[in-house]
Design a protein around this ligand. Structure first.
Ligand SMILES: [Cu+2]
Length: 137
């Protein structure tokens, strides 16, 4: 009986901790960008300067795609990892790739307001429509 109560209390404490940590430790706002075929789920993404975002590239397609911005001022770790592909020889400031049926994540904080073009660096994909705009205010 006592054991049961302990378990219940532990569970309650865990729930409280989880509830807390998601608020305290995670100022990052999750932005999910879906990819289906040669198309991003959103053509425009509005962000706030100084705020931290976790961008999730959710690739529902049958081939690798990425999200790239050539020039953007961001504070981030591994923002321009090549994720194992060559990015068409480019070195974008912000980049995340996702294999077919997988998702990729990059966490970053935009540090300057402006309008930035995002696109997929895989050959031909930008021309096929994989392009959009990030607006930082
Ligand atoms: Cu693509």
């Amino acid at each position: 009986m006592k054991m049961w109560i302990k378990v219940a209390l532990a569970a309650a404490a865990m729930a409280a901790l989880v509830g807390c940590s998601s608020k305290a430790a995670g100022p990052a706002e999750v932005v999910t960008l879906k990819v289906e075929g040669y198309s991003f789920g959103q053509k425009e993404i509005a962000l706030q300067k100084g705020k931290t975002y976790q961008l999730v590239l959710d690739n529902k397609d049958v081939q690798l795609h990425d999200f790239s911005i050539d020039k953007i001022a961001v504070k981030a770790e591994h923002a321009n990892d090549n994720h194992g592909h060559d990015m068409g020889g480019k070195k974008p400031d912000l980049h995340v790739a996702a294999d077919a049926g997988k998702s990729g994540t990059v966490t970053f904080t935009p540090t300057a307001a402006g309008s930035y073009t995002f696109y997929c660096t895989v050959d031909g994909h930008k021309d096929a429509g994989m392009v959009g705009k990030v607006v930082v205010k």
